[in-house]
Design a protein around this ligand. Structure first.
Ligand code: ADE
Ligand code: ZN
Length: 324
């Protein structure tokens, strides 16, 4: 049992936390139909490939309509995470998805911040946001998101990042967006080494001011390159169940979680898009123990790595350290 182990999550997409049940409740409340071809006969989200997954994510995101929706999603996710022993969670927000449903950047932040405050009051869990752009929407859209982040700072927005289809564009195309935000003092992370190989991680490190990599698991394909990750103290936001669900690896034995830890990389554990992959932050820690063989001390070390690498201020980190 790992419930008693304090957990810290650094990689979780806001809309990716919406369960089919919550999605249906939001659609009904907003008098919208449940999107077609989204839920399979077993009641879970239906998709086959990575690209289909991204499409399903967009359809789930399309039922949001109000600031209250954003508040409720954040609140429900954080309360559930807290019940599994999570003490801190960084949520990847998507200003492009909110703009699509007519919610402005400020309004989205205010809604999510309300959910964060309500959850902290009730359970003590601390939540923060990382604003992300979407790679396949291209560099201009990314720059627009970066400009919003810079023009409308929010006390809970602690970083900047990028998700989406790693197969599109090159990291250096997004340097203007990342450099703009980084220059204001916000740290950055980027998805790489998930759909793309180790070279994609190297390209990201060469081009962008990032200290963390979303996934990065395919760095294992070049042992020389792992040395650079170690030297530069790059932290990997590893999401094992997501990687298995998206078919990167056939089973836990083939997944490089343990190999990356043994090689000396700074690894953290996250759930990515929990209901899409039938997981949760608690399930990730439990799986790391049951299927990857990590003992309690090793799991606690992953939490320590995550507090170290969190983008939140030192005072908040001190509160987190005190809970270990
Ligand atoms: N957006 C949501 N989940 C993602 C993932 N696993 N990779 C890239 N973009 C995403
Ligand atoms: Zn992700």
């Amino acid at each position: 049992m790992t419930t008693h182990i304090p957990k810290v999550e650094l990689h979780c997409h806001f809309e990716g936390t919406i369960s089919p049940d919550l999605m249906k409740r939001l659609a009904a409340r907003n008098k919208m139909p449940v999107p077609e071809n989204l839920i399979g006969s077993d009641g879970t989200y239906h998709w086959n490939t990575f690209i289909e997954f991204l499409g399903a994510y967009d359809r789930v995101s399309s039922v949001l309509k109000t600031k209250q929706d954003y508040r409720d999603i954040a609140y429900e996710y954080l309360i559930k995470s807290a019940s599994e022993g999570c003490i801190y969670s960084e949520l990847f927000t998507s200003p492009d998805h909110s703009a699509f449903v007519g919610i402005g950047y400020d309004e989205m932040n205010e809604g999510i911040a309300q959910g964060i405050d309500d959850a902290e009051k009730e359970c003590g869990i601390i939540g923060r946001m990382i604003a992300t752009c979407i790679r396949h929407l291209g560099p201009e859209a990314a720059l627009r998101v970066a400009q919003l982040v810079v023009d409308y700072p929010h006390k809970y927005v602690v970083g900047f990042g990028m998700g989406g289809d790693e197969g599109q564009y090159e990291p250096h195309d997004f340097a203007p967006a990342f450099d703009l935000v980084f220059a204001t003092g916000l740290p950055c992370t980027v998805h790489a080494g998930e759909v793309g190989g180790w070279q994609s991680v190297e390209d990201a490190l060469d081009a962008l001011p990032v200290t963390r990599i979303g996934h990065g698991v395919r760095s294992i394909e070049n042992l020389e390159f792992l040395k650079r990750l170690k030297q530069e103290k790059i932290v990997l936001e590893v999401c094992p169940t997501s990687n298995l669900a998206l078919g990167l690896y056939k089973n836990a034995e083939q997944h490089p979680l343990c190999a990356l830890i043994e090689a000396g990389c700074k690894v953290t554990l996250s759930s990515d898009d929990p209901p899409f992959f039938h997981t949760s932050i608690g399930a990730e820690y439990a799986r790391a123990q049951a299927e990857f063989g990590l003992d309690n001390a090793a799991l606690l070390q992953l939490t320590r790595n995550a507090i170290d690498a969190a983008f939140v201020d030192v005072e908040t980190k001190t509160k987190l350290w005190a809970q270990l």
